[in-house]
Ligand binder design. Structure first.
Ligand code: FAD
Length: 543
């Protein structure tokens, strides 16, 4: 048995960032990870053939590169080996009619491509890009602050002061809009609308879901303004650097160590019991980077003592699932729409807003989509070090899929467990890619398929293959993530905190939930004025 100041359940990047900050403040930290490899959804492994390094989940590290944590600890991370691979040609869409559109960080290039679809849209794009810094200030401030009354009041005051009441209401309207509403108001070309709307599908925002507009808006404007960032050698560069910071500051990371229970005494978390039976104590905090259902369903066998909280954790809603297909390739795909597409980090195959809406609806109804949205990642186009000389890896993300299959929208695959149908469904996906990039199968040297259930087996936080660990629809975001009263990484159990994608500000590699919690525990945020918060850890922004 060891004694720590803080114990972390799971070594996702949020927990690692939180542990690194606390360890540097002198806390004795211990991280227990069930898998043999740390990093959770951010890992890079040789899934197909030796020398071919595939990002298991996250590939785009722009959120980490632009994070408050990176701003604060850039030198320490670099000293621990963090290296980025910057992307100039960020994302594109190829269309069934043989056309394509893409966003590069060179405004003239993007605008010229857009003008080929619509001169009016190109003018709108220039206007939006010019206005972006002023808009981004408020959105990034909102997304980078705790959900406390004080922080929200500060953001609102700043917004009103800089933009006036009408401007502030416009920002509020953007936050509430669906992707379709925002896209149809601003762009006339169906191709441009579809290209941008696909960013909503990276989360669970099909085109008609309120609250989704901000994701296509932020991604497209940020990619245009700053480009995109991948990890040099693999996304796990951030994990190597974070874990290096933790251990250099005296923290301990143990792999193959599943936490079976969080021990509680007199209403306070006191430590953990591992599946092996080992116990460890935590004098100041237990920080669980887990999916809410695992907290009350498993780790707290007697519940939290608050029925409302336990019910909210059990009812936490997950988004539809993802399949990942990793290919080792002789050469990059030959995109029919244009050779230039080979330079892009992401090529989206999602022909229209209506096709995306249909796919989402099929997935939530338990059907295998006939035409899933495909995000085809080409990391070796940017970072050749991930594959042997002249070879490539392809990262294919299949959105959106049901966890349990009740039928097939194409009427070809009989309902069955994912273990039985994943290869045949992967064939459907590869057939779709072949229509846009003929000859892909002939270039394939190796293939690894992860069904939504395989993703959950790798990382139990990806419930049903939900890559964002919980729907981000308005009723489960902002003050309601993961539940009303608990947006401050707090729980009804003293000294017990939640972190990770299920908590504010949600999924992605920005380490924001872990870093904000670390600042709260380490002293930067006070414990006053938290909006609607109950229990321990209520926070308010002091800055
Ligand atoms: C396929 C996919 C693609 C993605 N693409 C991107 C992208 O390109 N860009 C981006 O910004 N984001 C992307 N994301 C989202 C992003 O990767 C995640 O939101 C983020 O990494 C989640 O981090 P986390 O700190 O919540 O922990 P996770 O990464 O979920 O890690 C949690 C860890 O806890 C461990 N654990 C759970 N229970 C226990 C237990 N009882 N005992 C011990 N250990 C336990 C798990 O094994 C896991 O290692 C993607 C996600 C997926 C799955």
């Amino acid at each position: 048995m060891s004694e720590f100041d803080a114990i972390f359940v799971g070594a996702g990047h949020n927990s690692l960032a939180c542990a690194a900050h606390l360890a540097l403040k002198g806390w004795k930290t211990g991280i227990f990870e069930r898998s043999p490899t740390i990093g959770g959804a951010v890992q890079t492994r040789e899934f197909t053939l030796p020398g071919f390094r595939h990002d298991f989940g996250a590939m785009n590290l722009s959120l980490f590169a632009g994070s408050a944590f990176h701003r604060k600890y850039a030198n320490e991370l670099k000293a621990q080996g963090l290296e980025f691979a910057p992307v100039a040609d960020c994302f594109a869409s190829a269309f069934p009619d043989g056309r394509w559109f893409g966003v590069s960080n060179d405004l003239e290039k993007t605008a010229a491509r857009m003008a080929a679809f619509s001169v009016a849209d190109a003018a709108t794009w220039r206007r939006l890009v010019a206005a972006f810094p002023a808009e981004a200030e408020h959105l990034f401030r909102l997304l980078g602050s705790p959900m406390s009354a004080r922080a929200l009041a500060g953001t609102a005051w700043n917004l009103w002061r800089k933009k006036g009441i009408a401007g502030a209401l416009d920002t509020g309207r953007l936050l509430l809009s669906s992707p379709r509403a925002w896209l149809e108001e601003n762009f006339e070309s169906p191709h441009i609308r579809a290209t941008l709307a696909t960013w909503g599908m990276h989360l669970d925002f099909a085109p008609d879901i309120a609250g989704g507009a901000v994701f296509p808006y932020l991604e497209s404007m940020a990619n245009q303004s700053f480009g995109m960032v991948l990890g040099k050698g693999g996304a796990d560069t951030i994990i190597g650097a974070l874990s290096g910071m933790v251990t250099a500051a005296g923290g301990k990371i143990v792999t193959g160590a599943e936490v079976a229970e969080i021990t509680v005494s007199a209403g306070k978390a006191t430590g953990v019991r591992l599946a092996s039976g080992e116990t460890h104590t935590a004098t100041r905090a237990v920080i669980a980077g887990v999916a809410p259902k695992a907290l009350t369903g498993k780790l707290l066998p007697n519940g939290s003592g608050d029925v409302g909280f336990d019910t909210a954790m059990k009812k936490f809603r997950h988004a539809p699932g993802t399949m990942m297909i990793h290919l080792a390739l002789d050469d990059l795909p030959d995109w029919r729409a244009g050779a230039e597409l080979r330079q892009f980090a992401y090529v989206h195959l999602s022909p229209s807003l209506d096709a995306m809406s249909r796919t989402y609806q099929q997935a939530v109804a338990g059907m295998l989509p006939d035409e899933p949205v495909l995000v085809v990642g080409q990391p070796t186009a940017i970072d050749p070090s991930r594959a042997p000389e002249g070879k490539h890896v392809l990262w294919v993300q299949v959105r959106m899929l049901p966890a349990e299959i009740t039928g097939d929208a194409a009427g070809k695959i009989a309902p069955a467990h994912w273990d039985k149908v994943k290869e045949v469904y992967a064939d459907r996906v590869l057939d779709i890619i072949e229509t846009y990039a003929p000859g892909l199968r002939n270039k394939t040297l190796g293939q690894a398929v992860f069904s939504p259930i395989d993703l959950e087996r790798e990382n139990p936080n990806l419930v049903g293959g939900d890559q964002v660990c919980g729907s981000h629809h308005l009723a489960q975001n902002f003050l309601f993530r993961p539940a009303r009263g608990y947006a401050g990484w707090n729980t009804p159990v003293g000294n017990l905190h939640l972190t990770g994608a299920a908590t504010w500000p949600g999924a992605g590699t920005g380490a924001a939930s872990g870093y904000m919690l670390a600042q709260q525990l380490g002293g930067r945020w006070s414990r006053r004025f938290h909006t609607g918060e109950r229990g321990q850890g209520a926070a308010a922004h002091e800055a």
